[in-house]
Write a protein that binds this ligand. Structure first.
Ligand SMILES: Cc1cc2nc3c(=O)[nH]c(=O)nc-3n(C[C@H](O)[C@H](O)[C@H](O)COP(=O)(O)OP(=O)(O)OC[C@H]3O[C@@H](n4cnc5c(N)ncnc54)[C@H](O)[C@@H]3O)c2cc1C
Length: 323
């Protein structure tokens, strides 16, 4: 049986950040992921300056696509609002792989299925054992399922369903556009340009509200394509999106159960206003590593449940929360 002091299940931003921090703190750890990296992760790839700072990324030295977006051009019920705070876009295919390599810890390709707890260890599929177990496996994380689903149940009305597509294209407009609540969408759609000629377009909304309205996310995808074509932001016909779902942050915050932890999407930490999950994944990864290394409790109250928590955005936040 292969033993590590800490095993992290999931090598996305939550897991790789936790591993990176543990390595710095001198704690033995390994990451288990079912996917071979680089792997595709559905995501618009918008990151905030806080993420850059938390991950200590020196932008000129980042070896892949990163685009500075000087502002976000949003529309709320059709009303235009320019959010003048520089943001960034990355491609998750590159970003996640780079973060995992940078963590410089053993990465085991394995799909975690069964986890048992003995007095002082966790046993994964009778192959791997550890003293501390971190669940960073996203929405369907097996650590969440095994140790947290009853104490930290997820509310269906916080489930976001998405359709998105990222593709190479000559970018005609480098602005980032967001359309909130258009055509009765309980969420928003986006147009996020990337560096080196890639574009990400997508739509996400609360599944329960869509059902209540007798609506579907596919209708909103079709609506988005129509709008982007009319505005000459995309051309051509074949746009087949992929889908994924994840949970927005809830008040329930049980993320630590003896030596088991959950972070990122496994803990349902995406912000309530924007569905921003990378920032909370990174922050929770750092906090979990610090807790394991110091023995202090793992608390996530310092991680904001909102992306627009800065006072300058408060009017926009209030508008969003009315929905
Ligand atoms: C369409 C869409 C657009 C989004 N856009 C944005 C955005 O622009 N900005 C933003 O901040 N957030 C965005 N999000 C949210 C963001 O993608 C997630 O919150 C973020 O990826 C969470 O990171 P994570 O490390 O917790 O999980 P993930 O990135 O999902 O990583 C989980 C890892 O666990 C592995 N895994 C899962 N199960 C197992 C298992 N049984 N055994 C082993 N390994 C396993 C997976 O292979 C995966 O690599 C978006 C989400 C979607 C769906």
């Amino acid at each position: 049986m292969e033993f590590h002091e800490v095993i992290i299940v999931g090598g996305g931003p939550a897991g790789s950040t936790c591993a990176w921090k543990l390595k710095h703190l001198g704690v033995d750890c390994a990451v288990i992921d079912k996917a071979e990296f680089p792997r595709t992760k559905l995501c618009a790839g918008w990151i905030t300056p806080e993420v850059i700072q938390d991950l200590e990324i020196d932008i000129p030295k980042y070896p892949h696509s990163i685009l500075r977006l000087p502002a976000l051009y949003a529309r709320f019920y059709g009303l235009p609002i320019k959010i003048s705070a520089p943001q960034y876009s990355i491609r998750r295919y590159e970003f996640d792989h780079w973060l995992l390599l940078r963590a410089d810890v053993p990465v085991i390709r394995h799909e975690t299925k069964q986890i048992e707890r003995t007095d002082d260890q966790f046993i994964i599929d009778e192959k791997y054992s550890c003293r501390y177990l971190v669940g960073a496996g996203g929405t369907f994380c097996p650590v969440y399922r095994t140790f947290f689903s009853s104490s930290n149940p997820r509310a269906k009305n916080n489930l976001i369903v998405c359709r998105e597509l990222e593709f190479p294209v000559p970018i005609t407009d480098e602005k980032c556009y967001l359309w909130f609540f258009e055509n009765k969408l309980p969420g928003y759609s986006w147009y996020v340009p990337k560096a080196n000629g890639y574009l990400n377009i997508g739509v996400g909304g609360l599944e329960e509200k869509l059902k209540q309205n007798g609506d579907s996310i596919n209708n909103h995808w079709d609506f988005l394509l129509g709008k982007l074509r009319t505005q000459s932001l995309i051309f051509g016909k074949d746009f087949n999106p992929k889908g994924h779902s994840y949970y927005l942050r809830e008040p329930v915050n049980i993320v630590h159960n003896r030596n088991a932890f959950i972070i990122g999407d496994a803990a349902g930490l995406a912000t309530r206003d924007m569905g921003e999950g990378i920032g909370p994944a990174v922050k929770s990864g750092i906090l979990a590593a610090e807790s394991i290394s110091s023995g202090k409790p793992f608390r996530i109250d310092s991680i904001s449940a909102f992306s627009l928590h800065h006072p300058v955005f408060l009017p926009i936040l209030k508008l969003l929360m009315r929905y």
